[in-house]
Design a protein around this ligand. Structure first.
Ligand SMILES: C[S@@+](CC[C@H](N)C(=O)[O-])C[C@H]1O[C@@H](n2cnc3c(N)ncnc32)[C@H](O)[C@@H]1O
Length: 295
């Protein structure tokens, strides 16, 4: 309990789980999830029951069902519905420079010393490695790329920088890779950022090639796949809140092990670590949910 994400602790603090739906017991949901996994290979068991069941019942109504049993029949008959169910917990809400103070801190306090690391100059294969898992449609990764570009010392060799951006949801990854954003998505950005890092394209904007070149997009499931390693900076924001406490702890431990000693991890604004040392982390700017790997 003590190691967990504070927000989840607050929200799921009850010792007895409340029913997701007035007439349905949480055990029935667990049984439903087991059946769905064995029949259709869709595994939602690691996701928090509260958000899962809310969304599940909305989905059942939209599919024309009125109970879990009926919904199982609908799933068996309809592959498109199985697709909807597997995407139930991929919630692609994001924005450029979300929680702008986090990006200010990254650009002004974290990146400059990392970029001055003498090892990056040598022919020793040392790279500056960054990763945004759960990147949704890419705004977070492109924001980090803009911060990197602005923090680069003159003459820095760009090929030394790796920015991985991944998501469990293939469609989000495709959208992110395209690097095109509707005008409403970039509206809140300062005009000089739009002018420097975007080009008008149709009814929106496409990200400049200089920024795109930093990023490698791919599919990655935080619950199943091994983490990308040897990281200097990892942004895993607003993803852990959807996981059950046990899974949060497992994922945080794996992510922390993927960061080099002295490297940084940023979580979302409601994802404070109660005991960072349990994961070998030290607070760097706890108000911003930024931690540093000890050692
Ligand atoms: C609310 S968005 C957060 C986007 C971005 N990190 C931000 O803070 O703006 C959550 C993202 O987590 C992704 N996600 C959910 N489960 C995941 C998992 N098991 N592995 C990787 N990504 C996952 C969803 O597909 C979604 O794109």
């Amino acid at each position: 309990m003590s190691h967990t994400v504070a927000a989840a602790k607050r929200k799921s603090g009850e010792s007895v789980r409340k029913p997701a739906h007035p007439s349905i017991h949480p055990d029935e949901i667990d049984a439903f999830l087991r059946t769905v996994r064995s029949l259709f290979g869709i595994d939602l068991s690691s996701y928090r029951r509260s958000s899962l069941s809310r969304r599940l019942f909305r989905r059942i109504r939209l599919a024309g069902g009125s109970s879990l049993a009926e919904y199982l029949d609908i799933l068996a008959a309809n592959p498109a519905e199985r697709e909807h169910l597997s995407r139930l917990l991929t919630i692609p809400v994001t924005e450029f420079f979300r929680d702008s103070k986090v990006f200010d801190c990254i650009e002004k306090e974290i990146l400059p010393p990392l970029l001055l690391d003498g090892g990056l100059d040598g022919g020793n294969g040392r790279e500056l490695r960054t990763w945004c898992p759960g990147c949704a449609s890419g705004e977070e990764a492109y924001s980090l790329a803009v911060s990197l570009e602005r923090a680069l010392p003159a003459g820095f060799r760009r090929e030394k920088i790796r920015l991985f951006a991944t998501d469990v949801d293939e469609r989000s990854v495709d959208r992110a890779r395209r690097g095109w954003f509707g005008a409403d998505r970039v509206r809140a950005l300062p005009p000089e950022v739009i002018g420097t890092f975007f080009h008008p394209s149709g009814r929106g904007y496409v990200v400049d090639e200089r920024i795109r070149r930093f990023i490698r997009f791919g599919r990655h499931d935080l619950l199943k796949d091994s983490p990308i390693g040897h990281l200097d900076l990892l942004l895993c924001r607003n993803v852990l809140i959807y996981f059950e406490r046990e899974q949060q702890e497992r994922v945080i431990a794996r992510l922390a092990s993927a960061v080099r000693p002295g490297g940084f991890i940023a979580f979302g604004s409601s994802e404070a670590l109660a005991v960072p040392s349990a994961f070998g982390l030290e607070p760097f700017d706890p108000a911003l949910r930024i931690y540093r790997k000890a050692g």
